[in-house]
Ligand binder design. Structure first.
Ligand code: M6R
Length: 611
């Protein structure tokens, strides 16, 4: 969490940094700050959004060609002006912006306090900059060397940028565990947590690796490891387009991203599936096809919505490819001494590719010799780079904190993977495989059709916007969809919601049902349709208010439900790609009607780079 951005070159730094911070605001938005170097090293920072910082700066003089900025998601210390970044060192001659967590900050702080350093904030980052200052002074070394030595002292994760009043033409950055991208322009450099603040100016970027220090001085970039070994930067060309990170006329990014799904699902399949040519190929898997054929277990690690996509994948891989699958919360997996075998295939799913727990789970599985497949959206992200192979989801940038198009893109890619592995293992009837390939190609059009339900869903949202609780039920492939629907609602509207397998309801949650409880039941026509109809009866018998997602033409459930939302028919294995759409729209409209900040819900951040 937290977004960092920095600039050094011939342009005015302040507007570039403020615009960059707005693009990174999805990473954290409780306070923001900026440091500008023009003779003096000046810091401006404020609790609140980047727009509050902008108002605070107002028409103060900001002329500078070097600067850095930060948008924060609080870890150490509450969101307020003094905990906002950048942080000065005690001498106020150097300053830092930091994304990550320094775990041994308390011990370092005690030592530094003993040496007379003063702390104006509760943050670990202020400890970091004073440590650098202490080393700089005591070792009589360059600032670059002081940063390098400090990296040996700190434990934890960081992407940092350091500026010094004594070295006005220099910018020092380093990373371990938190992302850092350098944009290379003509006699100018940009640094940021991701490429979105950079693409307007250059499409040439360098992804800084863990334990590397980048020094930009007098127009030149030098990258070395923590051990002072020089590395050759690899410049990549970005394909990202500016309009992909703008709202394009929609009121919120979330709504834009929901409506982008026909396109993003198509992009996830592009070049991988051509049904009439019998073409099904995931480049990333081809090389490892034999591993999949021989696999006797797949472990899936992920968090949040990506974990829900993993649950769908469990059903897909088990049904199609007959490989046992375990789906793990990355945060639990990494700390519970799991059994991992060299023959295991680990699929790590992450939109951002930066989720700290998922990354740590990968490292653990790698250390035991397992093969890692990353399913990531962000190209060049840490998880993508830490994986042995994988597949990008190609959903395009997802800015809304609530994940929507990333989920359907993940499910699309995982479906293609499962089909391809099934084909290689010979575990599926050829006719069913071909039928599913054709059906997959029809999914974008069906999603388009489901999006036409928007007005009806808006009406339902209006009826239920003030209730305190919701229950979501589904069976089979629709069980993960129920979990996802509940997560969407709670994270953006702050209404308590629970997702349950419909049959499990009678083992506890049924006690919650009365005439005030809305129950969203995903009851499309599938192999457990009759069973879920019985579950709906059980809810109805207790006067629950049923909102049913059904297959077009269903003539049974409409008699039982208060509201019915009809989605296009699809093979049950592919239905999550369609049945999730009304749930995304429902949560969106409820949140908007409740006056919630849909794109930046409280307490959350888009990429969770702390453990
Ligand atoms: O970037 P990731 O997919 O690894 O993120 C995982 C979760 O943090 C993320 O899905 C989160 O649950 C979203 N806010 C859900 O909408």
């Amino acid at each position: 969490m937290c977004g960092i951005v920095a600039y050094i070159g011939h342009r005015e730094a302040c507007p570039i940094i403020l615009k960059g911070l707005k693009r990174l605001e999805y990473r954290g938005y409780d306070s923001a700050g900026i440091a500008l170097l023009n003779g003096d090293l000046k810091v401006y920072k404020k609790k609140g959004k980047v727009s509050d910082l902008e108002n605070f700066i107002g028409d103060q003089a900001t002329h500078a060609h070097v600067g850095m900025g930060h948008t924060r998601w609080a870890t150490h210390g509450e969101p307020n002006d003094s905990n906002a970044h950048p942080h000065y060192s005690t001498s106020k001659r150097i300053a830092i912006i930091h994304n990550g967590i320094i775990e041994n900050y308390a011990a370092l702080k005690t030592v530094l306090q003993g040496r007379g350093y003063e702390f104006l904030s509760d943050t670990d980052s202020e400890v970091f900059i004073n440590l650098i200052e202490d080393i700089h002074k005591n070792n009589n070394c360059s600032l670059e060397e002081a940063v390098r030595l400090a990296l040996h002292e700190v434990v934890g994760a960081y992407a940092i940028v350091v500026l010094s009043e004594d070295d006005p033409g220099q910018l020092i950055a380093a990373r371990k565990g938190s992302p850092l991208v350098i944009g290379v322009g003509e006699n100018e450099f940009f640094l940021a947590s991701d490429a979105t603040p950079i693409i307007e100016y250059t499409n040439e970027v360098i992804y800084v690796n863990d334990y590397e220090i980048a020094v930009i001085k007098d127009g030149k970039l030098d990258i070395q490891t923590k051990e002072a070994v020089r590395t050759t930067p690899y410049i990549q060309k970005l394909e990202l387009k500016l309009d992909a990170i703008e709202k394009g006329g929609y009121e919120h990014f979330m709504l834009k991203e929901i409506f982008e799904q026909p396109r993003s699902i198509m992009d996830s399949m592009r070049g991988r599936l051509i049904a009439d040519q019998n073409h099904l190929m995931m480049g990333g898997i081809r090389e490892y096809a034999n591993k999949f054929v021989a696999a006797d277990r797949i472990l899936i690690v992920a968090c949040g919505t990506s974990w829900h996509a993993g649950l769908v994948a469990e059903y897909l891989f088990e049904e199609f490819a007959r490989i046992p699958v375990e789906v793990e919360y990355a945060s639990e997996f990494r700390y519970r001494n799991p059994v991992i075998r060299e023959s295991d295939i680990v699929i790590a799913i992450s939109q951002s590719g930066e989720t700290a727990d998922t990354l740590a789970a990968i490292e653990l599985a790698k250390s035991k010799g397992a093969t890692i497949f990353g399913v990531c959206n962000v190209v060049g992200s840490s998880i993508a780079r830490a994986s042995d192979a994988g597949a990008y989801t190609h959903a395009g940038p997802e800015i809304g904190v609530a994940s929507t198009k990333a989920f359907t893109a993940q499910v699309t890619v995982l479906t293609l993977m499962a089909l391809m592995v099934a084909e290689k293992r010979g575990t599926m009837e050829n006719s069913r495989l071909r039928q599913l390939m054709v059906e997959m190609e029809n999914i974008p059009a069906k999603v388009e059709q489901a999006l036409k339900l928007d007005a009806k869903i808006q009406h339902i949202a209006d009826v239920f916007k003030d209730v305190p609780n919701f229950l979501y039920l589904g069976r089979g492939y629709n069980f993960p969809v129920a979990l996802e629907g509940a997560l969407k609602l709670k994270e953006i509207s702050y209404i308590h919601a629970e997702g349950y397998p419909a049959a499990e309801m009678k083992h506890g949650p049924i006690a919650l049902i009365d005439e005030n409880m809305p129950v969203v039941v995903i009851a499309t026509k599938d192999s457990s349709y009759e069973k879920i109809v019985s579950n709906i009866q059980e809810v109805k018998a207790r006067k629950g208010r049923i909102i049913a997602i059904v297959t077009e033409g269903d003539d049974v459930i409409p008699d039982m439900a208060e509201f019915v939302i009809e989605v296009p028919a699809a093979d049950e294995a592919l239905v999550p790609l369609i049945s999730v759409i009304p749930l995304q729209l429902l949560s969106y409209h409820i949140a908007v009607m409740r006056g919630c900040n849909v794109d930046q819900p409280r307490n959350l951040a888009k990429s969770v780079t702390v453990e």
